[in-house]
Design a protein around this ligand. Sequence first.
Ligand SMILES: Nc1ncnc2c1ncn2[C@@H]1O[C@H](COP(=O)(O)OP(=O)(O)OP(=O)(O)O)[C@@H](O)[C@H]1O
Ligand SMILES: [Mg+2]
Length: 373
Amino acid sequence: MSSAAHRPRVLVVDDNTAFLDNLQDLLGDEGYEVDLADSCRAARARAKSGFDVALVDLRLPDGDGTALAAELKQELPESEVVLLTGFATLETAVAAVRAGACAYLMKPCAPQELLLTVEQAMRQVRLQAEKRELARRAQMTERLAAVGTMTAGLSHEIRNPLNAAALQLTVLERRVRKLPDTQQEALIEPLNLVRDEIRRLDHILEDFLQFARPRDFSPAPVEVEPLLRRVVDLLAGEAEARKVRLELVGPVPGSRVAGEEERLRQVLINLVLNALAATPEGGEVRISTGEDEHQIWVTVDDTGPGVPVALRDRIFEPFFTTKAQGSGLGLSIVHSIVTQHGGGLEVAEAPGGGARFVVRLPKAASVPGPAVR
Ligand SMILES: Nc1ncnc2c1ncn2[C@@H]1O[C@H](COP(=O)(O)OP(=O)(O)OP(=O)(O)O)[C@@H](O)[C@H]1O
Ligand SMILES: [Mg+2]
């Protein structure tokens, strides 16, 4: 989930194309993912998709590298910036420190020196990420405990009247069935609707209770294709109402993950509902899958505004929402289910600029016997 999980990403900002090419090769060979920008404007655009370390030249055609460094640091405080300059003066060095740069390199510099500086900056980024992750987990645990206590009480209070309503509904249904056929017809449909809604409420309560006391987990092989088709069928109406295309791209028939079907359906429904809600009319939500020897991943892409890099960790916290009507529990439920499955959840940018959520789950075959956890 955190930025430390992917290949370290370096953004190089310099207007000298030969220098950019050299750095792309040098850093690329060392396993870095390299992004290039030849101006402040290009750098701002590139920075939107995130970076770990930025190497910024002091002199750029459309602005000052020090100001850009300060801007990037403010936008992505968890990343590090290294300033590059052809001629160092005391003033530029002081300005670099003020801008929040972690290092200052003189050009031309030896490849070894450059790599060492980037590696040190990366170490700093990782350390900070670890610290943040620890703090986040502590906060999440605290919040989950609070949610647990509250929901256990609330669910109990709601469940009683709900059960009573379900019971009365059965009585009503029986009486209706005794009526002549012609009278039954008009009554059966609304009755079914009420029953469906009660069932839905019951499921929501189940979700809340899952928080309060996570159930035992007994994974079994779950076939991915029917699971995804079911989710698409369930949400087709919602997509249509929002005038958003909901597409499922070629899951491999026969691929199976180890898990609990209903919980996994809940994961996907939450992700697709979020994607549908974020996508404007005429847009598209696309579910696709991939797999390797051990894992299967399901990707949900949308054509909405995407999740700003600064919010990418926070959206998984319970109660974090940007919606007037949202509970902010959706993604934290998703996260807890995926973690329970021994999988992973990542958020990124979709190729079209929208949001991308990726759920990774262990393949059925990779579970050693009936797992007990
Ligand atoms: N596909 C997406 N595109 C853009 N932002 C998203 C997307 N999915 C989630 N988010 C952001 O993450 C926040 C948290 O999502 P989460 O599902 O946890 O809660 P919610 O959708 O706000 O409320 P709930 O799911 O409880 O109704 C959302 O409010 C939204 O800001
Ligand atoms: Mg949601």
